[in-house]
Design a protein around this ligand. Structure first.
Ligand code: TEU
Ligand code: CA
Length: 557
């Protein structure tokens, strides 16, 4: 099994918001093709596309109605074939997003399954009889409310850990598994280079579907807590590997909410017998609300010591045993420069470069989310009408209006800080109307109005831009086995202002120092004998660390 995933940097494209090519205000495949040279210039090796299959878009494509199709608004299968070819011509690879924990309720399988208890698809989903006239257990949906919906034609409830329009597939049914393996082969036989696997650690449900813990007065049980890392997950992933993955030279990354390093080692060992790596959520789940009924909805900053402890534990525990995915951003997370850095004008670029350095110098495969390389920021929305994501809108109505556990103005502050919508505004290409994303009058979603200052065109003309800084980070990784394969050791775990760590490999040492504050601080890491490899200030002031200053030193010992 070749391990090219270890040497790669991945760029995540949210197709809807990346580039429109046919004047309808919605990103599409031809638009991505137009931007391949920009991505090549950045230096990334692999592109990951969020779902582009036929979908009613209840959850922006994570509700798939036909796995072997292209959503018409994104283009045709010919457009996809052309994009894949042009990507390969540029020596880049392309991952698809595999969403097989659930389908859309508009999928033909579900349309049949819901009709009766004895049709060929009856057992493709998770149906249960009412218990005392109610839902079969206390599980909550990730998008608020119960995880069960009643269908009178069957006289039963079906499970949906996400929206009603996203019924969970029944992975206990071998026919379902074979259908999944077949659709995977469809894409791999076209030459696709692997998959990001959506919530793949939820596919094995616990025996008997028992009630989940109901934290701190929550209205529903925490279904992820009881479903993630289920009893047959290892068996299913090994079967998937045996039947499909092992037959192709590909890369796989499993999205695993609630996973721990021990899980990652179990599901992504280095022998390639299951997946290559996981997206874990510990660091991005930090800073949840102390009132557990509110879950992630909060607007308080995360303590640096907690962030250091979490990222370091994953680095240390996986070294030599599994492989980390390294990310700050994706389509489900707020923009990192606003969350862990500072998006005020005087510190935005400095902190974006500092965050990029802190992550990219670690062991693992880095993922750059569209716009992160520009230092794009949160949108700072103030009204509910500005949100479009089902998770955001449902959470507001459930927590403010139904459960009345938070006031409207506080919840709007929480949405502004943590909503997925922050990541879904269109890519900012230039300072023209709609930032060059579309020449249609109305883009599908409003732009962040700072595109006049933050956009690719202006950054490509500024050698000190965040873009060229990310280009350098990526180049450094490509050129250095120390960065790619070195071990990891955190320095000064208790330091609440500076994140410093060392990497060692074959007699060489890397020292990475990042000031996470807007203050000048003094720190002495005895770095005089080192060679400065990269930094976000034009000079090096030794032990004085300026606001959001980051520096990387190399030592030949
Ligand atoms: O996300 C999995 C997931 O757990 C998300 O609900 C995420 O944890 C949460 O939104 C963080 O606030 C995957 C996809 O990435 C997401 O876009 C989908 O909505 C979800 O699965 C269902 O397919
Ligand atoms: Ca379009």
């Amino acid at each position: 099994m070749s391990q090219w995933f270890k040497d790669s940097v991945v760029y995540q494209i949210y197709p809807r918001s990346f580039q429109d090519s046919n004047h309808d205000g919605i990103g599409d495949l031809k638009g991505i093709e137009q931007r391949l040279d920009y991505l090549k210039k950045l230096g990334v090796d692999v592109l990951w596309l969020n779902p582009i299959y036929k979908s009613p878009d209840v959850d922006n494509g994570y509700d798939i109605a036909d796995y072997e199709s292209i959503q018409p608004v994104y283009g045709t299968m010919e457009d996809f074939n052309s994009l894949l070819k042009k990507t390969h011509e540029r020596k880049m690879k392309l991952l698809m997003d595999l969403v097989v924990n659930h389908t859309s309720d508009q999928h033909q399988w579900f349309q049949e399954s819901r009709k009766t208890k004895d049709n060929p698809y009856a057992d493709y989903y998770i149906w249960r009889d009412p218990v005392n006239g109610h839902e079969p257990n206390n599980w909550g949906s990730s998008f608020s409310g119960s995880a069960w919906t009643y269908v009178p034609e069957r006289g039963q409830y079906y499970l949906h850990l996400f929206a009603k329009g996203q019924p969970d597939l029944n992975w206990e049914n071998p026919e379902v598994r074979q259908q999944v393996y077949s659709l995977m082969r469809f894409w791999l036989d076209k030459g696709v280079d692997g998959f990001r696997m959506d919530v793949i650690n939820l596919i094995s449900k616990p025996e008997g579907l028992p009630d989940a813990p109901q934290q701190g007065g929550s209205a529903y049980g925490d279904s992820f807590a009881i479903v993630s890392d289920g009893p047959r997950l290892n068996e299913f992933l090994q079967e998937m590997n045996h039947e499909v993955l092992s037959k192709y030279d590909i890369m796989t990354v499993g999205e695993m909410p609630d996973s721990k390093p021990e899980d990652a080692i179990k599901y992504t060992n280095l022998d390639g017998s299951e997946l290559n790596m996981v997206f874990q959520f510990e660091h991005v789940d930090l800073g949840g609300n102390p009132d557990q009924r509110l879950g992630k909805w909060n607007d308080q900053p995360v303590k640096l010591t907690q962030l250091k402890e979490s990222l370091s534990r994953w680095e240390e525990k996986l070294d030599g045993k599994a492989w980390n995915s390294l990310y700050w951003n994706n389509h489900d997370q707020p923009r990192t420069v606003s969350r862990f850095g500072c998006d005020a004008p005087e510190y935005r670029e400095l902190s974006a470069k500092m965050l990029g350095t802190t992550l990219h110098m670690m062991q693992g495969t880095p993922y750059v989310y569209e716009g992160e390389e520009l230092g794009m920021t949160n949108t700072h929305f103030t009204k509910l009408s500005q949100y479009e994501d089902i998770e955001s809108i449902n959470a507001y109505h459930q927590l403010v209006e139904k459960e009345k556990v938070v006031k409207s103005d506080k919840m709007l502050a929480y949405l502004a800080a943590r909503s997925r919508d922050n990541a879904r505004t269109p890519m900012q290409w230039d300072a023209q109307e709609n930032a060059g994303f579309t020449d249609a009058a109305e883009p599908w979603y409003q732009l962040n109005d700072n595109y006049t200052e933050i956009n690719a065109q202006s950054e490509l003309q500024d050698k000190n831009s965040v873009f060229y800084y990310y280009q350098k980070l990526i180049q450094l990784r490509h050129e250095s086995n120390l960065i790619k394969y070195g071990d990891y050791a955190l320095l000064d775990p208790e330091d609440e202002e500076v994140f410093a760590y060392k990497r060692h490999y074959e007699g060489e040492t890397l020292l990475v120092i990042s000031n996470f504050t807007a203050q000048n601080v003094q720190r002495d890491y005895k770095q005089e004998s080192g060679r400065l490899v990269i930094g976000n200030y034009s000079n090096d002031q030794g032990n004085e660390l300026r606001p959001y200053e980051t520096k990387v030193y190399h030592f030949n010992k």
